[in-house]
Design a protein around this ligand. Sequence first.
Ligand code: C2E
Ligand code: CA
Ligand code: CA
Ligand code: CA
Length: 279
Amino acid sequence: AKSKGRSGFSFFSSEMNRLAQERLALENALRKALQAQELHLHYQPQIDLATGRLYGVEALARWTHAEFGDISPARFIPLAEECGLIADLGRWALNQACQQLAQWRAQGLEVPAVSVNLSPTSFHNLDLPRMIVDTLDRNALVPQDLTLELTESILLDTNPCTMQTIEEVHARGVRLSMDDFGTGYSSLSYLRRLPVSELKLDRSFVADLEYDEAARALSSAILGIGKSLYLTVVAEGVETPTQNQMLREQGYPVAQGYLFSRPLPPEELERWLAERQVS
Ligand code: C2E
Ligand code: CA
Ligand code: CA
Ligand code: CA
């Protein structure tokens, strides 16, 4: 508005204006995308290292916009948080992932479970447990078919409903998984208070395994913590056979990463599964 000022300022303000408009356009587009089925879930296999069989799949959101093209979750998830759409997105993902799992089961495919990422905001809603149970029922699934991935940011969440919602979801038998484990919080005491069944070793540790003794020591220590608390530890971001070998030697039960497969659209995952069962 104040474009008559010094040239530096007017440039700055028009640049700000452009960014704000771009953001607003993206925000409106995301709102529409949620309704118009422009969002999709891709599924990344998680491998049981002892048997080589499928342990589960993680659902990851994808957005292809007709005009802007592919927009990364690293961009649209924070945007959804900021503009109040993240709870809707969480509901959509839960619904979509459960429908997909039911469809796979109907096709006779053995997909043991699906993991859905939820933002802390989703846990502000005391209706979440009921909604989850309804979604499972509608799709003839049981709570053990579903895992919810949380990040340690949930611990900074001060909303009074959050802990109650988490407890209730757990009480109903849905598994909780601590995502990006080892990167966020300095104290581990929360592991006694949060009813998680699974830890996901952050992929930064896996990336450094081959080159960094400290990363090896930490991945081993994290597995030890998990084991002593009877939690499954999933190694994320496994890209190389050497990383896989090291994790196996450390005793990791489950791994996930590009070495096995990228996150895939449902039909491609079906093909991936079919090809593996032959070998
Ligand atoms: P995340 O939950 O930690 O998901 C793992 C990310 O690592 C995914 O990125 C996945 O594609 C990527 N990845 C998997 N294997 C490898 C590998 O071997 N190497 C490397 N370098 N990367 C690998 P993506 O799909 O871009 O998602 C980024 C983040 O966005 C996710 O991190 C998650 O925090 C968030 N996100 C994605 N979908 C959803 C969703 O439906 N809801 C919420 N709340 N967040 C989501
Ligand atoms: Ca995740
Ligand atoms: Ca992760
Ligand atoms: Ca992450």
